[in-house]
Design a protein around this ligand. Sequence first.
Ligand SMILES: Cc1cc2nc3c(=O)[nH]c(=O)nc-3n(C[C@H](O)[C@H](O)[C@H](O)COP(=O)(O)OP(=O)(O)OC[C@H]3O[C@@H](n4cnc5c(N)ncnc54)[C@H](O)[C@@H]3O)c2cc1C
Length: 371
Amino acid sequence: MPSGSFDIVVVGGGISGLLVARELRAAGLSVAVFERGEIGREASWAGGGILSPLYPWRYDAAVTALARWGQARYPELCAEWQVLSGVDPEYRPGGLLMLDEDEVTPALVWAPGAGAEVDGLNRRELADLAPGVQAPGRSAAWMPAVGQVRNPRLVRALRGVVERMGVVLRPGEAVEGLLTSQNRVDGVTTAAGRVGAGAVAVTTGAWASQLLEPFINLAIKPVRGQMLLYRATPATVGPVVLAGGRYVIPRRDGRVLVGSTLEDTGFDKRTTAAARADLEAAARAIVPALGDYPVEHHWAGLRPGSPDGVPYIGPLPGTGGLYVNAGHYRNGVVLGPASARLLADLMLARPPIVDATPYAVDRPRSGGYGL
Ligand SMILES: Cc1cc2nc3c(=O)[nH]c(=O)nc-3n(C[C@H](O)[C@H](O)[C@H](O)COP(=O)(O)OP(=O)(O)OC[C@H]3O[C@@H](n4cnc5c(N)ncnc54)[C@H](O)[C@@H]3O)c2cc1C
């Protein structure tokens, strides 16, 4: 039974898919998003919403380029999406404090070249800036321009935005296969039948390798991240704080997220008692007062891990009409707007916002997923 035909079928309704749909619909194309489960309930829901890579100086320039593009636009985009959808993504420019003493010099060296602002702080300055925070060392790095968003609200807002633009959303409808004719993708199959497409964008996050397996051996794999949510009171924590690979993220209503683990456990999304104990210890070490508050929620999400942390964005060589935007690993929120714009530029043959070469889908593998 045929169930429609669209200029573009986007497979996967996380932040990567919704942003691609937004770009292509804005260019006047008919767009449908097929999502196996609920819109925006996987990694895009589970994440912390920090609008910067953690320890950004450790990343390739290709990640920094997309991050900088998004960071410059997030305040305006969130304001626009709130007006269009009626949902506030809670963009908050609260800054990020990094307590790892041995990372302060690399941070200061990296910042000017990357166009970022990083200040070194001594103990007294740190105590003034973030009174509730316990610093292990004598110095810290302060990144005042780093913002954050609240993931569940961001995806709800984006959903509202694309619906209003006329994107067709098909939640609860998994894409089972990609249809080709003469080396060109011309549709997808779902349990309801065949859906015709002028082009298909695969934005299925941690699951991207599965759908693309008949075409390419893509190196994306799931990397589990567990998070805790404390029900604290506003001002328990000031800025986002990062220490020893763990972070605390204060939300406007006083809730505080603590994350996150990095686990190579396949598609298993269960939480574990060991991770909870580890994250609770990290929370108390960074902000001792958090020990006074209850943990309200504990969850896990599957990051779309790429070996080098650089997403795959662009056409699939050898198969016309097939595109990918996946593998954003730990940074899919901050990299989201630029990644979607870049993919749309490539699909529409517009001048790309950045050189697309480093994101090529068929680039050689490098890196070990940071595991
Ligand atoms: C614990 C944690 C903390 C994080 N913190 C941050 C952070 O602070 N800042 C940041 O920038 N990033 C962060 N990230 C990373 C970020 O959340 C992800 O990179 C991003 O959400 C990936 O978005 P996505 O749309 O590509 O994937 P997803 O949100 O996983 O969406 C993919 C979608 O595809 C669907 N799908 C899969 N297969 C099919 C199919 N066959 N047919 C139809 N639909 C299908 C899935 O159901 C899913 O909804 C974090 C991630 C985690 C897990």
